[in-house]
Design a protein around this ligand. Sequence first.
Ligand SMILES: [Zn+2]
Length: 449
Amino acid sequence: MTRRLLLSSLLTLVLCPCVPAQEPAKDRIVVVVSLDAFPAFALDDPALPTPTLRRLIREGASVRRMQTVNPSVTWPSHTSMVTGLTPAKHSVVFNGLLVRQGPKSPPRVEPHTDKTKLVRATTVYDLAYRAGLTTAQVDWVAIENAPTITWQFAEWPDPNGAIEREMIAEGVLTEAEVRGFSKANITWRDRIWTEAAVHILQRHKPNLLLYHVLNLDSTQHRYGTGNLAALTGMAYADDSLRRIVDTIEQTGLKDRTTLLVVSDHGCKTARRSIRPNAVLRERGLLRETAGKIECDAWVVPEGGSALVYVTDPANRARLVPELKRAFAGVEGIDRVFEPADYDALGYPSPERNDQGPDLVLAAKDGYSFSGAHTGEAVIDIPPGASPGSHGYLNYDPDMDAILVAWGRGVKRGARLDRARVFDVGPTIARLLGLAMTGVDGRALTELFE
Ligand SMILES: [Zn+2]
């Protein structure tokens, strides 16, 4: 090779982001366990009943606080994990797709949306699959009908799915249980999702497994944080994690496997509920006749924040200033953000993205948003109603999530003060010998040897 050719080859390697960092690692396994709504602050309690998580932190590496994204909600955050991007770029701002219903109707959020339509970015499982690696998901989100998943037991399992048929044949669950799955309680569903993750690991040994449990999130929504219900939810999540660790160790996969335990956001308890759609009704911007709502704007609540949409984009210039004034004085609303603020917050722009909100409302401590459009604008959350919420802006430390790494390649005892959920994707990519470039996150190399 001439010196000039050598120089140009070296420059290509340095400058071209399309050159993989290394070869795809076909012998490697990365398991991502997501414990929905496990708050980072919980780990400050030395008596937290989570022995498996403690063991993994002791034997592995961890991040003290992992910052989530805006909105600090399940699907946006999980999508940031797998794309390495903020919602501004991957476009997922709800647990589903915002679907407009016409210029005078409230938009709705549709969870049953194909991943290819919902997630407008490349994911780490897309990269892995295209590199010839195998991929699997159990109860992962924003992933419906993803063509780059090899094996799955979905949030809404399919009685005719390959993994479901294998588990039915093995007597783990019955066909009737799969058919009635979505109506069963979340605690039981978590147990079955865990069985599915164990099954896929034992039988198929995928290079990447994404597995997510939900019971803790549901428990904290219903009962709030810092109580026996929340502690019991954490202990149950820890037991699901223990099943995964046991499987890795007992199936002889430990030398090949890196385990990443994450959460998507934290949780906090509110006392008062804000109804921004009732504010619209009081101002004549929302009318109801014979049970049918006609409105100029509609607000979709996301716990500690809410996204405002002008129903007819042609009216934006006239309505947005009026809406801003209407919400600014409401009890419990801390700030009203407009698109000029979105770059710092990571929301998509309404000018460039059909999912982008026209305004974002942020609640003060002690308040959360509801979608109700009748009654008073702000009420006490009644006893017995769900007081736990996330969705507060991501600089609220109560929204911080967890990240623990354990197993192959992990630097024992490594501690990082902060990371961001969109660092998870590039980190997975690096572990699998893939390159995830041009994204907001970075591979957390400090945690690995
Ligand atoms: Zn969540």
